[in-house]
Write a protein that binds this ligand. Structure first.
Ligand code: AMP
Ligand code: MG
Length: 321
């Protein structure tokens, strides 16, 4: 398939998942966790494979260009499939170019700083991809659902009044704007799981001994706050989907489908950046030729001046596109 056509197909595929900036989202009404865009699982697995290949290729170019970085934020309720999505979607990329950070209950040191501090410390470098398994959005999700967590943050009086959530949305939008303007793309994905599928996955963790380690009684307690979370997610999606960093709501009841969507959204971002291998200028090319001559002169008696070129007759002749 031609590159532009592929890019267009990816853009069309993810369009329905994008939260229109400024729109008011109500999760239960606007997004179906069971959706699979008419795909069959078999087709999906094939699509994911080509998506993973595409990501590997683009990640290499992103690293070589060393100008842009990408931050992928993954949010979901418990058992939403964040870990498996990361494992599958990033399975083809060079581990040196990716860093995954998981955010748990904040430490005493983290609580001793402003709420964005620990996330800022894990931002990507230029040329790199950072994945946040949970992200700064926990600060307007779990912290909003459990106000006692806000108390632990020891904010001064003027910062913890009733306007705190609206202000945090604004601060997060501003922070992401700053990152985007400086070359760091922010990609935000919410894996949207249904309550019934969460129940099934919890039970699976109980039923299969090799899954027992993943089960947490706390997750079942948290499930009691389901409606509060849906509300907090809906408000967060409405307030923080921006032109520079839109949210994507990915149907998550089918793991294979959630993975394709995530790969497609990330691919779309990288295609948009369109990173190129750096061009070598004439000055540098001269240096390369000098270095080549020097190495060729070091050839031992009876061996080819350039063993690589001898084995690859076309090397050095084709121009890089
Ligand atoms: P897990 O991802 O299953 O290891 O769980 C991590 C736990 O940390 C979840 O229960 C989150 O709700 C919690 N958590 C993550 N970020 C925060 C935060 N900023 N404040 C309080 N709890 C958090
Ligand atoms: Mg957990």
């Amino acid at each position: 398939m031609h590159g532009d056509e592929r890019a267009e197909r990816i853009a069309d595929f993810i369009e329905p998942l994008r939260v229109e900036p400024g729109s008011k989202v109500r999760l239960g009404r606007d997004f179906d966790p069971r959706d699979k865009a008419g795909l069959k699982k078999r087709e999906g697995v094939e699509l994911l494979r080509s998506g993973v290949e595409l990501l590997a290729e683009y990640q290499q170019r992103l690293a070589a260009q060393d100008t842009y970085g990408v931050l992928l934020c993954l949010q979901a309720l418990d058992a939403g499939g964040k870990d498996g999505t990361i494992r599958h979607v990033m399975s083809g990329v060079n581990p040196q170019g990716v860093r995954v950070s998981s955010f748990k209950v904040p430490s005493a040191e983290e609580l001793d700083h402003d709420y964005l501090w620990r996330y800022a410390k894990r931002l990507p470098e230029r040329g790199g991809i950072a994945i946040f398994n949970r992200s700064h959005y926990e600060e307007v999700l779990v912290v909003r659902v459990h106000p006692e967590l806000l108390v632990r943050q020891r904010l001064p009086g003027h910062a913890r009044g009733s306007g705190v959530w609206k202000r945090r949305y604004q601060e997060i939008n501003d922070w992401e704007r700053h990152l985007t303007d400086n070359g760091f793309k922010v990609v935000k994905i919410f894996l949207n799981l249904s309550k019934e599928e969460q129940r099934t996955r919890f039970l699976k963790r109980l039923d299969l001994p090799e899954k027992n380690w993943k089960f947490s009684a706390a997750d079942v307690r948290e499930r009691q706050y389901w409606d509060d979370y849906q509300r907090a997610f809906s408000r967060m999606l409405s307030a923080t989907s921006t032109e520079w960093a839109p949210w994507y709501v990915v149907p998550a009841d089918r793991k294979w489908f959630a993975r394709i969507c995530t790969a497609a959204i990330l691919a779309h971002t990288l295609i948009d950046i369109d990173p190129r291998y750096p061009e070598v200028d004439e000055e540098t090319r001269k240096d390369l030729r000098t270095a080549k001559r020097r190495l060729e002169q070091e050839a031992p008696e009876g061996l080819p001046a350039d063993p690589y070129a001898a084995r690859h007759p076309s090397a050095g002749k084709k121009k890089r596109g």
